[in-house]
Design a protein around this ligand. Structure first.
Ligand code: VGL
Ligand code: ZN
Length: 177
């Protein structure tokens, strides 16, 4: 049984958003195609409290982004929600980054319930939440495929995307185009 995890394709990570990933909205079309073919689709949302510790004003590395219930935290409007079975909100604890969709959520239980053995991962951002989610899926024992064409990277440092791919492959994740 295959599942697709669509990571954080939210307005704040797309052009015009608070923490825009370059070309972030370019993943939408491919993700809709992957979702159409996937028997089970989970979309994660970065869903922070207004005082989240990852925000610069609280000493964190990021501008304020994906504050729960705000427009920036909504899924990109072009994501075809008719193919999304479950939405998982993460990053809700003030003092945890919550990059991974598995961190403090029901995601693993949900996948086991559906007898999932292979997890496909796409979305934003390759070098943060996609990487963390794929690594956690692997640690949990799933076969993991990252669809690189359906991701974009923040690249705070040039080369972060390539380093993320190498780290994923070293962990046994299949990275495909
Ligand atoms: C993310 C930075 C901060 C992500 C989330 O979804 O990749 N990146 N919060
Ligand atoms: Zn965040």
């Amino acid at each position: 049984m295959d599942a697709l995890i669509v990571v954080d394709v939210q307005n704040d990570f797309c052009p015009g958003g608070a923490l825009a990933v370059p070309d972030g909205d370019a993943v939408v079309e491919l993700i809709n195609e992957l979702a159409k073919r996937a028997p089970f689709v989970v979309a994660t949302r970065d869903w922070h409290p207004p005082d989240h510790g990852s925000f610069a004003e609280n000493g964190g590395p990021w501008p304020v982004h994906c504050v729960r219930d705000t427009p920036g935290a909504q899924l990109h409007p072009a994501i075809d929600s008719s193919h999304v079975d479950v939405v998982i909100d993460k990053g809700q604890e003030r003092d945890r980054e919550g990059y991974s969709g598995f961190d403090g959520t029901e995601l693993e239980r949900l996948l086991r319930q559906r007898d999932v053995d292979t997890v496909h991962v796409a979305g934003l951002a390759l070098d943060y939440c996609v990487k963390a989610t794929a690594l956690d899926a692997r640690r949990a024992g799933f076969d993991v495929v990252v669809h690189r064409d359906a991701t974009r990277a923040v690249e705070v440092q040039p080369g972060d995307a390539q380093r993320a791919v190498e780290e994923l492959r070293e962990a046994g994740v299949d990275v495909v185009d």
